[in-house]
Design a protein around this ligand. Sequence first.
Ligand code: FES
Length: 193
Amino acid sequence: MTTNDIKYNLYNRDNTPVAFSAATLEKIGMLIRRYPEGQQKSALLPVLHIAQEELGGYLTVDIMDYVASLLNLQPIEVYEVATFYTMFYLEKVGKYVIEVCRTGPCSIMGSDPIVEYLEETLRIRTGETTPDGLFTLKTVECLGACGYAPVMQVNNEFYERLTTERIDQILDDLRKNKDLDKSPGSRWVEKFY
Ligand code: FES
């Protein structure tokens, strides 16, 4: 598989062509070959993670069309997956993506005041990114740690039994580590290779 196999001219927002490197295409080819002939759609989730991680941190329509072309899918099949899962971003996000669980147990244990506190402290609304590009705040459904509610996830890390004091400490630590080279999607991509 090479970039010449792609059927359309697809571009990033800075007008550079959307394309994986030859090395990444080779790895994606290996991922696709893990599945039976004709079942290349099974590789869609890992390929989307790789696309998000390696093509700018979020999925534009052109990037999703590129993935569709690589996997021989209809673009709509990619859009419906990318828009369903909260770990895929359709707009640029901050270096740290804060995802607060809002499902029942976390809600009962106080996730709403935690979200309000984060909005006040970061001076953004849920769904927004701080002007310095450091934090994006999101709410998500159950993170699978209900017994430790309220819970949030920031990139690779889980934070449990949240309080406002703990939020202050976490934000402080993240600001101190802001130069670490860790993107929101790195936890996924490391698993695929
Ligand atoms: S309800 Fe929040 S982790 Fe399950």
